[in-house]
Design a protein around this ligand. Structure first.
Ligand SMILES: [Zn+2]
Length: 163
């Protein structure tokens, strides 16, 4: 049986890492939609069916980070998500206490989902390999569909030189 992590790792190591294809292969429905206010994304659980919504008003790099964040909720603590069409709402770019209580996961779950999202979206091993091959920070940013600034931060966390 192919597991979620097998699917993610295969896509992360592909020449063109297609995060949405990985999400689809895990059997999760993915949609981009103009969400309200500060929402970055949401994840719905309906029994064993899951849907990820990402705010279509966000720029492409932020949509990808938001998708990775919701995928982290799915991969690492989906059993904690409320069932029956009460979505978990995330706002990873701006904090606000205005979310309705059913949407809230404990703060440490949100933090762990953010950390995992970075590792999902900007995987260490393939980035190390491309960096060793001489790819610049800008080229790596294009390859992983993020901003050069975000890639530079990731390189620093991997103790690699941005160039
Ligand atoms: Zn969240």
């Amino acid at each position: 049986m192919v597991m979620d992590l097998d699917i993610l790792l295969r896509h992360q190591h592909a020449d063109d890492f297609d995060l949405k294809a990985a999400i689809a292969e895990m059997g999760i429905c993915y949609r981009e939609w103009p969400l309200a206010g500060r929402e970055s994304g949401r994840i719905w659980r309906d029994g064993s069916d899951y849907t990820i919504f990402v705010n279509s008003r966000l720029a492409a790099g932020r949509r990808r980070f938001s998708a990775a964040h919701e995928l982290a909720h799915y991969m690492f603590h989906r059993d904690l998500l409320p069932d029956h069409h009460t979505p978990h709402v995330s706002q990873i770019f701006e904090e606000s206490g205005a979310l309705h209580p059913a949407a809230v996961l404990p703060a440490f779950r949100e933090r762990s989902a953010k950390t995992m999202a970075v590792q999902i979206m900007l995987p260490a091993e393939p980035i190390r390999r491309h960096h060793a091959d001489g790819q610049s920070t800008e080229q790596l940013a294009v390859l992983y569909k993020t901003t050069p600034a975000a890639m530079a931060i990731r390189l620093r966390t991997l103790s690699l030189q941005a160039n």
